[in-house]
Write a protein that binds this ligand. Sequence first.
Ligand code: A2P
Length: 339
Amino acid sequence: SSCNVAIVGATGAVGETMLKILAERKFPIGTLHVLASERSAGGKIEFGAKKRVVQDLAAFDPAGVDIALFSAGGGVSKEYAPKFAAAGAVVIDNSSAFRYDDDVPLVVSEVNPEQARNRPRGIIANPNCSTMQMLVALAPIHRKVGIERINVATYQSVSGAGRSALEELGRQTAGILNFQDPDPKRFPVQIAFNLIPHIDEFQDNGYTKEEMKLVWETRKILGDDSIQVNPTAVRVPVFYGHSEAVNVETREKITAAQVRELLASAPGVEVVDEPRAGGYPTPVTHASGNDPVYVGRIREDYSHPRAVNLWIVSDNIRKGAALNAVQLAELVWAERTAG
Ligand code: A2P
């Protein structure tokens, strides 16, 4: 049997990649609806060899949709995800609208897939891109020796902020090389040739919301509220692929060699860790356009008796968003077809 799928936000950076990955993985699609705002309704987008006409979400009737993948922002999800669920669809939502609700599971397909089954509201939340790649790499360590505390600094590409952010980095880079004014619009200050220690809104505690997502989501996904997480999230002038410098304090000691061995057989992880020039993953050389979470620079923290350092790199649009959403769709569909 085949699955009727709707992509909400199909014209966006994540939506476009959802379509690409559904085709790559030969997801058994019956009817495919590509939805966006009325701004792009009537336009055409490619799916495999065929073209689909973009429909206006506001005018769309969700009856008959089996699975809906949402990536059109929190406001759109809040308004429309419950309507799709009420019409019988399972909603897989890439926004942060429902992630912290107790009755909405938050699932990384390699880490807590069993939780996707329990979805009383018909909604499964896709984690934030930074949490996603970090936990694909750290969950095996947590299971083996227990994680007490995580110190993480992120180096996040502009694609996480959508198509307009990709355009701003391109335009600014070319413009500055031609002595033009950077004219920041999508980011609060110039992003080309710069770094910005500010992603999402500032919170009362001085952290940004992007940073607090790493705290809240790590605890919810690993099911352990005792894990301490101390993040700094930074936007960098990279198009695709987030990187993270992570220090993990464990309950029991684990050596660098043990971490390497553990991660070598972990699902979704590829270890790239040789102490030579180029023997480590980077967004451009490894992550961009690829599925795995790459881990390198694995070493024991010489300032601490029970801690290791890792460098974690992944394509934020793929594993960080579209790929995990499609993997969740595969889980849901496997349940349905199993009876
Ligand atoms: P549109 O192309 O019509 O603006 P990105 O994160 O790359 O900026 O993409 C955001 C996605 O969400 C786009 O597909 C965009 O469609 C869609 N979108 C934004 N606002 C709405 C809305 N009010 N209704 C439906 N789709 C929306």
